[in-house]
Design a protein around this ligand. Structure first.
Ligand code: TPP
Ligand code: MG
Length: 622
């Protein structure tokens, strides 16, 4: 038995190293570990029977069941809100949750619940917790876990598993959950002994929320939930292989400061890591003291106030022309909490061709992974930026800011304001105006997501919640629910696509049930708009399978107990948004927008960042 746990822990350790220590190399180890786990598991099947029997409930009332230890440990760890869906093997746990002081939200689908836990974490800065049953329940978590993994979001997912003695038998609702979820979690493990429950949960929360955050999954066989033990096991975490470097190397920080002080035309390239490190104040201090313009990734939006002159807004495939030009012409690029994703870099070979690159990141495996880095500084962004600010000097950089101002004037994000149709960009702009730029915005995936990023000006961290790395359609609505649960006082609006909304719309009932006043703005173009845009540009307008017939969303909303509004006239946009913002019930507004509108500018996949199409269109509407 001990051998099995050791093996599992080793395999889990390898999964951690993938993100923190060894980079790509250890992927082999992960899979090797996985194989050996499964073999080991099968080998011990017969042996485990005796221990399973000995783990039957004891008559001693001082002994706590595994399920109770789970609940007590969650409370000890500060959990007051959870998301989860029931099933046979989690019944002992759900029974213990019956009168626990924890707010519990049951989604309509485990994927929705996982996105809720994810957005709860992104909006609140806490760890999101999601429970699912074995087999189908656990399988339904995969998309949610992968979404959180790609965007480095701290989630602890708890799955029930069949009895230990049945594992490997193709038992009813058995799935190899740790095997299936290993590539989409920062760490996962199966608990085989009730004595390990408390320690494992403490470790899970620690791993999920420290270093580069990420989802952790704990698989708990039902016999472990009912088995009892006299203590809650060891209080100490036991993670010898998990080492986080938080303090940046002082010499590297000084080198970075010198490079900044010398640069004529530097650019800060900021990702979601700055937000998860709660380092936005320090970022602002650096940008202001050293006088550096700031370009943000999709997930970095909100880290620097977009209303400020130094903001270059979003960079990348649908980023601003001025951000992309600035990156391509800068002599120093300072990446903070960002990972040089291909949607940001375009053609890697020609990315920031004149720049020396500084990379500040908590995850050493992301240094020089996609783009060669000249000055790496590994550690916590908040600590490193604090030190860096002390060493940088103010420089006027008049020529550089003049050039940027010219690009901004020539190629602003824009659209045809004279059109009589409902332009999706207008809806987002009007929402920004009426919500005073203060709403938390969640999004679907596609054009809606890009317009939300381009036309809502974010000023605060944790204000935009979007699936960046995985690009998960269906994220917007459950994310709005999770964000509203995490931030009850905020106005939370899901700017969604019609087809994205279709994927998880049953969660509207979850919002109704929990009286969450979320708002949904569907930018309904009747298409998988982003797919249609690519087909228009690269496939000769052959719109192959990129549209579906939509239901009447107003009626769907009403049927699910929410408020529904349809807008098909431009002049009705402001009053519909006003009504929506006043609503105390969940409210869905179906904006019938211009069907074949495109997102500009656009860097085609594989093109250089400054090879943008649509600039003539933006220029003509500037
Ligand atoms: C789950 C999932 N399936 C498929 C895709 C591929 N995809 C990306 S954008 C898109 C179209 C999205 O359509 P819609 O939600 O209506 O948004 P629009 O682009 O029209 O604003 C598709 C199919 C995806 N990102 N996620
Ligand atoms: Mg659409």
């Amino acid at each position: 038995m001990a051998r099995v746990i050791g093996c599992l822990r080793w395999a889990g350790g390898a999964a951690i190293y993938r993100n923190n220590e060894l980079g790509g190399q250890s992927v082999f180890c992960v899979w090797f570990g996985l194989g050996s786990v499964y073999q080991e598991r099968n080998i011990v099947m017969s042996k485990s029977k005796s221990s399973a029997r000995s783990a039957e409930p004891s008559s001693k009332s001082t002994h706590k069941a595994g399920a109770q230890i789970i609940v007590d440990t969650l409370i000890e760890l500060g959990v007051d809100t959870m998301f989860g869906y029931s099933g046979g093997v989690v019944l002992p746990l759900f029974d213990r949750l019956y009168d626990a002081p924890i707010r519990f939200i049951v989604p309509r689908h485990e994927q929705g619940g996982c996105h809720m836990a994810d957005a709860y974490a992104r909006a609140s800065g806490k760890v999101g917790v999601m429970i699912a049953t074995s087999g189908p329940g656990a399988c339904n978590l995969v998309t949610g876990l992968a979404t959180a993994m790609m965007d480095s979001v701290p989630i602890v997912a708890i799955t029930g598993q069949v009895r230990t003695e049945l594992i490997g038998n193709d038992a009813f609702q058995e799935a190899d959950t740790t095997g299936i979820t290993r590539p989409v979690t920062k760490y996962n493990c199966i608990i085989k002994d009730v004595k390990d429950v408390a320690r494992t949960f403490r470790e899970a929360f620690h791993i999920a929320s420290t270093g580069r955050p990420g989802p952790v999954l704990i698989d708990v066989p039902v016999d472990v939930e009912v088995a009892r033990c006299g203590s809650d096991g060891s209080n100490k975490m036991d993670l010898p292989g998990y080492k986080i470097r938080t303090r940046g190397n002082a010499r590297q920080i000084s080198m970075a400061a010198k490079a900044i002080n010398k640069a004529e035309c530097p650019v800060l390239y900021v990702g979601g890591g700055v937000i998860s490190a709660n380092a936005t104040k320090q970022l602002r201090a650096l940008a202001e003291k050293a006088h550096i313009p700031v370009a943000m990734t999709l997930l970095g939006l909100g880290s620097f106030d977009q209303n400020k002159a130094e903001s270059l807004d979003m960079l990348g495939m649908h980023g601003s022309a001025y951000a992309n030009y600035a990156v391509q012409q800068c002599d120093l690029l300072i990446a903070v909490g960002a990972r040089f994703d291909d949607r940001v870099t375009g053609k890697v070979k020609t990315f920031a061709p004149h720049a020396k690159i500084i990379h500040i990141d908590i995850d050493p495996s992301s240094i020089s992974k996609n783009v060669h880095v000249d000055i790496p500084v590994v550690g916590d962004a908040k600590q490193i930026l604090t030190e860096l600010v002390k060493e940088v000097e103010y420089r006027e950089r008049g020529q550089w800011f003049k050039k940027i101002a010219q690009w901004k004037k020539k190629f602003p994000f824009s659209y045809d304001k004279t059109s009589t149709n409902v332009k999706p960009q207008y809806v987002v702009e009007e929402l920004w105006r009426q919500s005073k730029g203060e709403a938390i915005i969640t999004t679907g995936v596609g054009q809606n997501q890009m317009w939300a990023a381009q036309f809502y000006k974010f000023s605060k961290p944790r204000q935009l919640i979007s699936s960046g790395g995985l690009g998960t359609m269906g994220f917007g609505l459950p994310a709005a629910i999770g964000a509203q649960v995490g931030r009850p006082d905020a106005v939370v609006v899901d700017i969604d696509g019609d087809h994205s909304f279709n994927m998880t719309l049953t969660e509207l009932r979850t919002a109704v049930e929990h009286e969450l006043p979320i708002k949904v703005c569907i930018l309904n173009n009747g298409y998988m708009g982003m797919v249609r845009q690519w087909q228009e540009l690269f496939y000769g307008k052959r719109y192959s399978k990129s549209y579906l017939s939509n239901p009447e969303y107003e009626k769907v909303a009403v049927a699910l107990g929410a408020v529904g509004i349809t807008v098909d006239k431009k002049s009705d946009v402001p009053k519909a948004i006003k009504k929506m913002l006043k609503e105390t019930r969940p409210c869905v507004v179906d904006f019938r927008v211009e069907r074949e509108e495109n997102v500009w500018p656009m860097v085609a996949a594989g093109a250089s960042l400054d090879e943008m199409s649509g600039l003539d269109i933006l220029e003509s509407m500037a």
